[in-house]
Design a protein around this ligand. Structure first.
Ligand code: ADQ
Length: 550
């Protein structure tokens, strides 16, 4: 782990962070959290002391692009109001956006589009009071959403990046739609941009955007891109029929940032072998189109203080006590996810089944609670997963349950933050076993909510979080179901002193990669000199000889 952005990311770490695999970072994931989860439950954050925005940005503005918007429009008796969505990214970015008077470009949800179809106005000043920034909405029709979002983004890129090649659908029309929507966002960004603005593009919905912005823009200024999901190994990525266009799209940025050094390394490998680009692995730089494109590692985190304080509140304590009372003395294993096949929910239920089969003494003394928020229900694989989970919950309860005890409790909905933190607080063990996950914030949220410091985190080694949090967690191979069941048994049997030791280590790591620090590190990197314009020595710009992979 040598690259300079990794170094930048860790330079203000606590000693506990020194052995981490990557730098620290977190972004918001509104892009993939359904609105049910996002609706704001926290008032506008107080703007912090010496302004991060001013310190870093000076008089530049932040021009941010994400699929989902940071505010949702609500019709109230007093007219239309904007409610902030929850999530670490919004919490961290809002003060910066407000102080820099920035612009946030996002998809206008379809229901909203219908509501505002007669309005020509797509720009709003938000929030309703105090310093404001501009929300620029990009309206999409239902069919566009079906092809661009549920289609290419979520049936090609999402499964590909999570190594589910057999789930990928590569459809020419959906690809064209993805291109067009990226074009439309680029046009909106260029229209909004002023000289010197820092443009920051988020996630797999907009892989083509950096290049499209660069081609169209009238002003200079850095362009950064952050990928919230894994970037796969070259053997997997090369399957994509439009791999070249996607890589070239990303290389339109000055800084391409990932959660882990593996993702960054795989991206560099793809640039080298699929584009035949000149890659400096030591400096993590791709020479492309006469520019140096920097590749960085910025593992995302959560707003630790927000979660810690919410879990410490008397309301959360009361709710957690009532949850525990409802368990009648049973131990609680918790799972919290979007209902997504990458999260390993079926494997989790299978592991619970194996655990109860191998250890009948745990019957009536153990409850597994799965809280799953509906996600991407328009996509067949997600509806199918829902059916399978329903069935599996029934099967495990039918097999192990008694007249007055069910081992699995299953909530299929988003729960409000105050309820979520109470579950985290009440749980003896949190089982986070994705088959693949860019980072995984649930693992960090669970750690931040441990008031007595004695919960146990069982964590898939195929998550970015495993790289960031390390061995304070009990790491499992999520495909090894028996191993997962045995690890759960070990977690339930662990001595309190060992649990506290591990949780202390985890808490130190979660704190060290808090979302606010992540934001500062990534903005600092984006603002570093050397971005932007061609240096004139186009000799660095490949095309060299074409490789076999073209
Ligand atoms: P996700 O795939 O959505 O994020 P994750 O990082 O776990 O996964 O974030 C989920 C968020 O939704 C958490 O904040 C969690 O509290 C919340 N949530 C989940 N289920 C909920 C429920 N039933 N009720 C309420 N809230 C719920 C993507 C990538 C991840 C990466 C993030 C951030 O896939 O790998 O960590 O972006 O970059």
């Amino acid at each position: 782990m040598h690259p300079r952005y990794t170094e930048m990311a860790v330079r203000d770490r606590s000693p506990e962070m020194e052995d981490l695999q990557g730098g620290a970072s977190r972004i918001f994931n509104s892009a993939v959290i359904p609105l049910a989860v996002e609706h704001g439950q926290r008032g506008a954050a107080a703007l912090p002391g010496p302004s991060l925005a001013r310190r870093l940005l000076g008089d530049r503005r932040l021009l941010l692009v994400s699929n989902r918007e940071p505010y949702v429009r609500k019709r109230t008796p007093d007219g239309v109001r904007f409610e902030r969505t929850t999530g670490g990214l919004v919490t961290a970015l809002e003060p910066v956006m407000r102080e820099s008077g920035g612009v946030w470009v996002a998809w206008q949800p379809e229901s909203d589009a219908r509501e505002t179809a007669i309005e020509s106005e797509r720009r709003f000043r938000v929030p309703d009071d105090g310093p404001q920034f501009t929300l620029r909405q990009v309206p999409l029709t239902k069919n566009e959403v079906v092809r661009y979002y549920y289609g290419f983004a979520n049936r090609a890129l999402w499964p590909l990046c999570h190594y589910f090649v057999d789930r990928c659908r590569f459809d020419e029309d959906e690809w064209k739609q993805y291109e067009q929507i990226n074009e439309r966002f680029a046009a909106a960004v260029v229209e909004e941009a002023r000289a010197g603005d820092v443009v920051w593009v988020h996630d797999y919905h907009f892989c083509l955007l950096p290049q499209k912005i660069r081609e169209r823009r009238r002003h200079g200024g850095p362009i950064a891109f952050f990928l919230h999901i894994p970037f796969p190994a070259e053997e997997v990525f090369r399957v994509l029929p439009w791999r070249r266009q996607v890589l070239e799209g990303l290389l339109g940025a000055d800084l391409v940032a990932f959660h882990t050094d593996e993702y960054a390394g795989d991206f560099l490998g793809c640039c080298e072998r699929l584009l035949d680009a000149d890659v400096d692995h030591e400096r993590q730089v791709v020479h492309w189109d006469g520019r140096e494109v920097r590749v960085g590692v910025f593992p995302i985190g959560i707003d630790v203080e927000e979660f810690r304080a919410a879990a410490a509140s008397p309301e959360a304590a009361e709710r957690a006590a009532s949850i525990r009372k409802g368990l009648g003395g049973a131990r609680l294993i918790l799972g919290v996810d979007r209902l997504d096949y990458s999260k390993g929910i079926l494997e989790r239920l299978h592991a619970i089944d194996l655990l109860l089969t191998a250890r009948p003494e745990l019957r009536r003394r153990l409850v597994f609670l799965q809280v799953a928020v509906p996600s991407r229900e328009q996509v067949h694989d997600y509806r199918e997963l829902k059916r399978q989970v329903d069935e599996m919950v029934g099967r495990v309860n039918g097999k192990h349950g008694t007249a007055n005890w069910q081992p699995v409790r299953y909530l299929y909905r988003g729960v409000p933050r105050e309820e979520l933190v109470a579950y985290y607080r009440a749980a003896d063990v949190c089982l986070v076993n994705p088959l693949r996950d860019g980072m995984n914030l649930v693992a960090m949220e669970y750690v931040a909510c441990q008031q007595d410091g004695d919960g146990v985190l069982v964590l898939s080694e195929l998550t970015g979080a495993a790289r960031t949090l390390g061995d304070g967690a009990l790491l499992v191979n999520p495909f090894a179901i028996q191993e997962t069941a045995d690890t759960l048994a070990a977690a339930l049997e662990m001595e309190p002193a060992e649990r506290r030791r591990r949780m202390q280590r985890l808490f130190a790591r979660v704190t060290a990669c808090d979302v606010h620090g992540w934001l500062e590190r990534i903005l600092t990197a984006a603002l570093e000199e050397g971005h932007g314009e061609p240096r004139g020595d186009a000799g660095h710009a490949r095309p060299r000889s074409m490789s076999l992979y073209h």
